[in-house]
Design a protein around this ligand. Structure first.
Ligand SMILES: Cc1cc2nc3c(=O)[nH]c(=O)nc-3n(C[C@H](O)[C@H](O)[C@H](O)COP(=O)(O)OP(=O)(O)OC[C@H]3O[C@@H](n4cnc5c(N)ncnc54)[C@H](O)[C@@H]3O)c2cc1C
Length: 500
């Protein structure tokens, strides 16, 4: 370990994963510096403002704010630094508009949801119950233990002795995928497609490649802690974490891009900034994606070999085409739900532009738009490569053309949308790459093929001593509550190393 250090821990990036790591460590007494390349914290959970509208950059369906159990990790992360955030319950997680008029709302009330789904597939009533009930089994295992670092042997021993049934339950489900469990109980091919969509909308892959642990978490917590929208927008989560970080003695610097992780004698010892400045610390945590961390911030041959193994299992998911819209309130009837998913043809579920995701947070928090208007965030997967090599004119034309195709499709569920449009800003994979600092604007890693559940997903430690990764490139993957877990686990492991 180096003798002259500026901080105990440097965190590269202020996404939710990075901020949770930083706040947890600061609360335990570590000296922490967060370096963020952008002007604001939050990364994919950030926000921006235009003409009186406040738009969420990405996430808006937020888990992790439940009142009970151990899986409410965003709430716990804020509690750890004594900050609170008002949240607004969303009583329907999502309204699906699927092929052949399969129209279904996922209610917060579990029985209500089952009733709605069974009404669409009455012949599968038993299988539906058995599948979702098995997801609850996974959730109850998770929700009965303190969720900390799987790289801390004493913690693992304690959990095994205190909660043997939950521990064995999790060991059983860790290598499984949701699709295997679904096919055990369900035969109807359309219902299996629906389960695929249930997985795809957060894991970016169908059920066969979605780890059972993640499915169990999402399919149960939506009825347990529920989906809750932060008052003031999703960006408030990061703002509050920063408030807590500063109060706990931590620091954050914006417009501070790290260009290199410094390594000496096979140990990470500091970072070099774009302006040439160097900061040293005992531990370095990267909240950048694995592709950005290992290909750009560090370039040691041995690491590349190690990462190549990981890249054999995982690839970058596509990025998105995002439409940030302001619309007249009259376009949306008062019964409209906050989140919608639209797909007209099952064969197109995973292709670019196939599935459309819609979020209208002003249905929960009116203050995010001028009076009489709503904020709408609409997005659909797109590959970065399809937006490369275009002239400025062609790029603009392609953006315009695709945006209007999407608005046309949305007219089916929101008649009058086109006429009621007040503001439109279109982001492409290039925008996501530029503002989020994520290679190719990717949403995160997805399995290249069917893998044994979550077993192949890396934890926080890396092949370089003193260097940790946190966020959606690490166990257990994408989503705000998931990266909060990654942050809590990372901080737990480092706190042990620092003897805090
Ligand atoms: C369109 C969209 C919709 C989504 N919807 C949902 C949803 O409804 N619910 C949900 O739970 N999740 C959703 N997600 C996923 C969720 O937002 C992400 O999984 C999560 O926010 C990722 O957090 P993170 O901490 O891993 O990293 P990021 O959010 O990527 O943050 C990393 C931070 O590091 C900074 N950084 C990177 N490199 C450097 C560097 N070299 N120097 C300094 N700083 C650097 C970046 O600027 C960024 O601020 C969505 C994502 C997108 C894009």
């Amino acid at each position: 370990m180096t003798s002259s250090v500026d901080y105990d821990v440097i965190v590269i990036g202020s996404g939710i994963g990075g901020l949770v790591t930083a706040t947890q460590l600061a609360a335990k007494g570590a000296s922490v510096l967060v370096l963020e390349r952008y002007l604001l914290p939050g990364g994919s959970a950030g926000y921006f403002e235009r003409q009186g509208y406040r738009f969420d950059v990405g996430a808006s369906m937020v888990f992790g704010f439940g009142q009970h159990g151990t899986t409410n990790l965003l709430r716990r992360a804020l509690d750890a630094v004594n900050v609170t955030l008002e949240v607004i319950p969303d009583f329907v997680q999502v309204h699906y508009h699927l092929p052949n008029n399969l129209d279904l709302k996922v209610s917060r009330d579990y029985e209500q949801f089952l009733e709605n789904l069974i009404a669409c597939f009455p012949h599968e009533a038993k299988g539906i119950r058995r599948f979702y009930d098995e997801c609850w089994k996974i959730f109850h295992c998770l929700n009965s233990i303190d969720l900390l670092s799987l790289e801390e042997p004493r913690y693992l021993m304690r959990v095994f002795f205190q909660h043997p049934l939950a521990s064995f339950g999790l060991l059983k489900y860790l290598p499984q995928n949701a699709g295997d469990i679904a096919r055990r109980y369900i035969k109807d091919p359309v219902l299996l497609r629906f389960i695929d969509m249930e997985c795809y909308c957060y894991s970016a892959v169908p059920a066969d490649r979605t780890p059972a642990i993640n499915a169990g978490m999402v399919f149960s917590d939506r009825h347990y802690g529920g989906v809750n929208y932060p008052k003031g927008g999703v960006g408030q989560i990061a703002e509050k974490l920063v408030e807590g970080l500063l109060a706990a003695g931590g620091q954050i610097k914006y417009q501070s891009r790290v260009t290199q992780i410094l390594v000496k004698n096979a140990r990470a010892i500091g970072v070099k900034m774009a302006n040439g400045q160097i900061y040293r610390a005992k531990f370095i945590v990267s909240n950048a994606t694995r592709w950005d961390t290992f290909a750009k911030l560090i370039s040691l041959e041995e690491i590349l070999l190690n990462e190549k193994k990981w890249q054999k299992n995982y690839q970058k998911s596509p990025s998105f085409l995002s439409l940030h819209m302001g619309v007249q309130a009259s376009v949306l009837p008062s019964t409209t739900e906050c989140h919608h998913i639209l797909l007209e043809d099952w064969e197109k579920m995973t292709i670019p532009g196939g599935t459309i995701f819609v979020s209208i947070p002003t249905l929960l928090d009116r203050d995010l738009a001028p009076v009489g208007y709503h904020v709408m965030h609409v997005f659909t997967p797109q590959w970065f490569a399809d937006w490369q090599g275009l002239s400025v004119k062609d790029y603009q034309a392609k953006k315009e053309e695709m945006a209007w195709q999407i608005i046309d499709r949305l007219e089916k569920i929101f008649p009058g949308l086109d006429a009621g449009l007040d503001y439109l800003e279109v982001g492409t994979p290039r925008t996501h790459r530029r503002f989020l600092g994520r290679e190719d604007g990717t949403y995160g890693p997805i399995p290249r093929r069917k893998l044994p559940g979550l077993l192949a997903m890396p934890l926080n430690r890396t092949a370089i001593a003193g260097l940790y990764c946190v966020g959606d490139s690490t166990f257990p993957g994408q989503g705000l509550n998931a990266v909060a877990f990654s942050g809590i686990a990372c901080a737990h492991r480092i706190a042990m190393d620092l003897r805090l």
